[in-house]
Ligand binder design. Sequence first.
Ligand SMILES: *Cc1c(COP(=O)(O)O)cnc(C)c1O
Length: 426
Amino acid sequence: MSDRLPGFSTLAVHAGAQPDPTTGARATPIYQTTSFVFNDADHAASLFGLQAFGNIYTRIGNPTNAVLEERVAALEGGTAALAVASGHAAQVVVLQQLLQPGDEFIAARKLYGGSINQFTHAFKSFGWNVVWADPDDIASFERAVTPRTKAIFIESIANPGGSITDIEAISTVARKAGVPLIVDNTLASPYLIRPIDHGADIVVHSLTKFLGGHGNSLGGIIVDAGTFDWSTGGKYPMLSEPRPEYHGIRLQETFGNFAFAIACRVLGLRDLGPALSPFNAFMILTGIETLPLRMQRHCDNAKAVAEFLAGHPAVASVSYAGLPSDKYHQLARKYAPKGAGAVFTFSLKGGYDAGVNLVSKLQLFSHLANVGDTRSLVIHPASTTHSQLDDAAKVKSGAGPDVVRLSIGIEDKEDLIADLEQALGA
Ligand SMILES: *Cc1c(COP(=O)(O)O)cnc(C)c1O
């Protein structure tokens, strides 16, 4: 064996996986079991007391899920990861370790519509207060910081317009405020952007999208960068203070640079319960093996479709950071040089009615509320994913009435362009 470090594509296929020690199975088996037999009473006690690592019960951990966790941690350059049932579950579990009732977190206004809902309504009911900032105005994050701020949350490539966030600039604000930067890296995937390399302390994903990649399994994951010191100022008692559930151990003191991933597992997942099914972990692992191939094809197709739309007379504007004329193009060249992703929006001269009409005429594109599938997808955010926002908030979050969102798949780009052409012309 040479001592060279494996590259990204090698990690996508191999990280975390070994042939099964008992059967020799080369693909990671689906350990479809709820529970695991202890060696003896001492072994059981040490597992429960966090003195030994091992399997207890699939709500807390499972060997198939563990391979997925190790693989995504390797791809993102983190110290450890925790897989959960969905992207939204990842967001709940992360913030539950950081916020007490009455605390605040700052979030970029350009976000997945479901996250805007979750932050505004569900999290409000836990006493966690979201303060919105504008990802195009870094000073708006600085202005939003108060003594109760516990975290900053952004998307690397942001919904729905595919804009690129200046992760390094916002990580500087987070560092100054003494709070962790959480980056939702769903639309980029680690193939395009590795937020930890740019100062993120925690990365979250909806595995449902590009990582799984085939539109067949929900999942979410939390990656711990191992960069944040949780002991400063007593702001993060879940990590720094003795835990009564575990005989008074302090997680940061005991687990060091992967304490946050441990907290998410042994406090968050254990008690809130959104465990990922091992079957879904297997499906998502299989998807990740081809992530680099798929992601490059997604990006190449997206660029071709964006160029076609930019030249079409019925189109008012195209928001795709891969186009040299786009306002995010410089940021795309810095953060995502291999491609600006595959989710973007464009607006039609005919406004709301034209948007609805286009969606109904497309044949190859599927009209549905998802992104990051092998298939090309289309949606009209103003009447669906962002319909809960008032008109001004729709425009601010990039989902005005005339806007159509595409998620470009891995089909032949000529077929995608032909489908758009017939639907725009009709
Ligand atoms: C889909 C999505 C989520 C939520 O993930 P689920 O798996 O649907 O719960 C969060 N963030 C982004 C950017 C998403 O695209």
